[in-house]
Design a protein around this ligand. Structure first.
Ligand SMILES: Cc1cc2nc3c(=O)[nH]c(=O)nc-3n(C[C@H](O)[C@H](O)[C@H](O)COP(=O)(O)OP(=O)(O)OC[C@H]3O[C@@H](n4cnc5c(N)ncnc54)[C@H](O)[C@@H]3O)c2cc1C
Ligand SMILES: *[C@@H]1O[C@H](CO)[C@@H](O)[C@H](O)[C@H]1NC(C)=O
Ligand SMILES: *[C@@H]1O[C@H](CO)[C@@H](O)[C@H](O)[C@H]1NC(C)=O
Ligand SMILES: *[C@@H]1O[C@H](CO)[C@@H](O)[C@H](O)[C@H]1NC(C)=O
Ligand SMILES: *[C@@H]1O[C@H](CO)[C@@H](O)[C@H](O)[C@H]1NC(C)=O
Length: 479
């Protein structure tokens, strides 16, 4: 896979993009040259964890983050009036050693999620059809049936133990793993689990048509176990705190470049050179290894001189859109959380693109709105303007249809965040042809390692475990 021919081909492609490699990588003052063991692209869940773990293993690192903060999908809105934090991105973690050790390292206390008053647990939930504004009466499966469904699901997963560690699929790929999830649920008698799976795994696309293996990326054995033991969250309900502490530590160690992006790179078997645009001008990074944690979309990877193999693998990934926001003046009671549902669909699932839910927050007057799209080959399948106008239209529809219960007010956004492209995944036909084996086969080639949600799943705990157990050992061995 990493043959000489490919390396030459990629150098040729690089030469076209950057006419003279001597001017691209030469002529840097020594004060503008950064030499490190590992350069890490992206300071979200994966990149931040990897940087701290490598630092603790005695390695020097530099994290390159395009935004002015690290944390990625972990976002905490602080209500200016009350100072109350609202985690509008990542909320819960698995009760695993890797998770407890990571938070303990930064002296951040964890609690069982929902075990205190900070989680608006006193709110009531209802289902409404956001197209008509009418309430929908959903008969939930009996608890015993749901428990039995998860039991059957766990039994199925236990046939493939390596799936608990990543997308390590048997070859040839068994048909069951690429069945549309709705078909899989019927075949294995786990229909009573579908609605909770849907609720806990938004941003996946349409759960019923998505291949079983893609829902499983998040709904693996580890997550199922949390249903009985309880999820963890931070006692301060401020999941950004770990990132702000990590950010200070990385800054003190000259190991972080914020608001920075790679312009050019040269990735060879003996190390990498990266030209980075930073707020203080261009810098040259020379590192023994590169760890890329951003979504591997071809447009985002353009400055990384991709080989033909890398290009053809990443071109196959599709994704979905996932968006969060906080609204005021919704006209809905503070104690009411509303999920979008339909009276006439299997499992009462709402159609995408659309609003998933309008949820209570600990701050009176504020509601969290979540929105999702179906899968698409595009990096951004919807504009933010369209997402925002759909959310406002849904709230207005609820108000008008239920004029006696809800106030007629003009909703406004106090916060909005696009998480697109989300949940990068393969099409079933590519998975059957061995896509994930090929993608994982890229690990370590041209001094480059890869991690993050696209490699493991949209789940911080699983990403930390995958990074620690499956990626860093090989990376560190080569240093
Ligand atoms: C609303 C929401 C709720 C969620 N809830 C949970 C939850 O409760 N529990 C859970 O475990 N998971 C949750 N997730 C899933 C979450 O995606 C993962 O947990 C995890 O944050 C993914 O980490 P990552 O490092 O792969 O990506 P990210 O966290 O997105 O990190 C990628 C980083 O790379 C940066 N970047 C992107 N492009 C470049 C570039 N070209 N150069 C430099 N930097 C770049 C980004 O700015 C970002 O900081 C949630 C996600 C969302 C959106
Ligand atoms: C997490 O799991 C550990 C070990 O099983 C247990 O002692 C602890 O009570 C659990 N919950 C929390 C919040 O740590
Ligand atoms: C909703 O369900 C409850 C009980 O299951 C029933 O009493 C009520 O009439 C139903 N309402 C509607 C609008 O169908
Ligand atoms: C939440 O954490 C952020 C980052 O550490 C910090 O700036 C903020 O003051 C904290 N706010 C609250 C209310 O805990
Ligand atoms: C929710 O709040 C409304 C007032 O806005 C109140 O009438 C209702 O009783 C509350 N419901 C619950 C379950 O607390």
């Amino acid at each position: 896979m990493h043959s000489r021919g490919l390396l030459l081909a990629s150098w040729a492609a690089f030469a076209i993009a950057a006419p003279s490699s001597t001017t691209t990588f030469g002529h840097f003052k020594s004060s503008d040259i950064i030499e490190r063991d590992v350069a890490i692209i992206g300071g979200g869940a994966a990149g931040t964890y990897a940087s701290i773990s490598l630092k603790d293993k005695g390695k020097s690192v530099i994290v390159i983050e395009k935004k002015s903060r690290i944390g990625g999908h972990t976002e905490t809105y602080i209500d200016p009036a009350t100072g109350t934090p609202i985690d509008m991105g990542v909320v819960i973690f698995h009760n695993l050693t890797v998770v407890r050790d990571y938070f303990a390292r930064f002296d951040i206390p964890l609690i069982t999620a929902g075990s205190d008053s900070g989680s608006s647990s006193d709110s009531v939930s209802a289902n409404y059809d956001f197209r008509t504004g009418k309430e929908v009466n959903i008969t939930s499966p009996k608890q015993a049936d749901t428990a039995a469904a998860y039991e059957k699901y766990t039994q199925f997963l236990s046939k493939y133990p390596r799936l608990n560690d990543g997308m390590f699929l048997p070859s040839p790929v068994p048909e069951d793993l690429v069945l549309p999830f709705g078909t899989f649920a019927e075949k294995y008698g786990i229909k009573a689990a579908v609605r909770t799976m849907y609720a806990y795994n938004p941003g996946l696309g349409d759960i019923l048509t998505v291949p079983m293996i893609e829902n499983q990326r998040v709904w693996g054995q580890s997550l199922v176990q949390q249903l009985s033991g309880g999820f963890l969250t931070t006692a301060h309900h401020n999941n950004s705190e770990i990132y702000s502490k990590a950010q200070s530590e990385l800054f003190s160690a000259h190991s972080l470049l914020l608001s920075s992006q790679i312009l050019h790179s040269s990735r060879r078997d003996d190390g990498v050179s990266l030209v980075v645009q930073t707020p203080r001008g261009k810098k040259l990074i020379r590192a023994k290894k590169l760890l890329i944690t951003i979504p591997p979309r071809l447009d985002f990877l353009a400055p990384f001189d991709l080989s033909k193999d890398e290009r053809s693998i990443f071109a196959k990934l599709i994704d979905a859109g996932y968006y969060t926001s906080i609204l005021r003046n919704t006209g809905l009671p503070d104690n009411l959380s509303i999920a979008n549902a339909r009276p006439d669909t299997p499992y009462n699932l709402a159609a995408l693109p659309g609003v998933y839910s309008l949820s209570s927050t600990p701050v009176p007057g504020l509601k969290l709105a979540y929105y999702g799209t179906p899968r698409s080959p595009l990096t951004f399948s919807l504009s933010d303007a369209k997402v925002k106008s759909d959310i406002i239209a849904a709230v207005k529809k609820l108000q008008r249809t239920n004029a006696e219960e809800f106030e007629q007010t003009e909703p406004e956004f106090v916060a909005y965040s696009s998480h697109a492209p989300f949940y990068l995944q393969a099409r079933p036909e590519d998975t059957k042809k061995g896509f994930y084996g090929e993608m994982y086969g890229l690990q370590g080639g041209r001094s480059t390692w890869w991690t993050g949600a696209s490699w493991r799943g949209q789940d911080s705990s699983d990403i930390w475990r995958y990074t620690e157990e499956e990626v860093l050992p090989g990376l560190v061995k080569g240093l």
